[in-house]
Write a protein that binds this ligand. Sequence first.
Ligand SMILES: C[S@@+](CC[C@H](N)C(=O)[O-])C[C@H]1O[C@@H](n2cnc3c(N)ncnc32)[C@H](O)[C@@H]1O
Length: 306
Amino acid sequence: MTLSPSAFAYVADLVRREAAIVLETGKEYLVEARLHPLARAAGLPDVTAYVTHLQSPVGRVHRAAVVEALTTNETSWFRDREPFDVLVSHVIPDLLARTEARRKITIWSAACSSGQEAYTIAMLMAEHVVPKGWQVEIVATDIAPSMVRRTQEGRYSQLEVGRGLPAPLMVKHFQRSGTQWQVSDQLRSMVRAQTLNLAAPFPLLPVFDLVFLRNVLIYFDQPTKHGVLSRVRRVMSPDGYLFLGGAETTLGVDETWHRTAVGRFTLNRPRPQVDGPLPPVLPHRTPRTLTGAPLTSTLLSTQRAN
Ligand SMILES: C[S@@+](CC[C@H](N)C(=O)[O-])C[C@H]1O[C@@H](n2cnc3c(N)ncnc32)[C@H](O)[C@@H]1O
């Protein structure tokens, strides 16, 4: 390993200041692995030399690339499956009832990575919401400009579509484009992608009915998690729903959220300012897919079949 302790400390401080990502001691291997290609591209012999270069006036232009290289962009279609089952079985019916007058649903996929989450939501909206006459807007954001570009393009490799995308949905919503798969214009027209740093003050955003803030709070310290959750709450409809990742919670972080368990999944909703009962989540109705089978079993069986 070539990374000096002071080089690691410099990078950890940079990434925490710019993206609020915490790199604890012990993550030297990660910094080394992620920055090695950047050092090579800059013609420098190792990562420590690259970090020294970063600190010079000419090297500072590379700092954004360093922050981006240290984001973790792991994602997949229908990731964890259960949130999307709950979305279809409980949340969509409730939202349709509540938004009857305006017939528009606005959704935020915050920390969208390469867009699989936003397009997973778009596919479900295309199946269960758009045919009823509703308009759907999905704002997909990420701190990493390369991820925002990928989301805008909506092109995925064979390996990427193989990670959780059920075959019937692939056939319906994707077209082959050379060695890649291109998301349909219908889905792309629902999704607007832009860069956004969750750890900084938010730009002007619409009021969201649903926010997917999944698998990103895990990278932040407690005060940052609290700050992000309070800012998210301010851009949400009072009747809205917040989806977090499996290892994330509002519990003990921000008590302005009300938690409702649906099966093994927990939905978060803004707690009313004046204490009073939240509108109940509508009773469970097992959604049917186009083939008439319950959604979960169809997804599972098609995933297994592939
Ligand atoms: C593990 S991915 C999660 C993707 C998707 N939400 C999912 O659950 O599959 C985490 C994403 O958070 C983004 N990220 C990290 N720090 C961020 C920040 N401060 N603001 C916005 N996005 C951030 C990364 O660029 C990365 O794409």
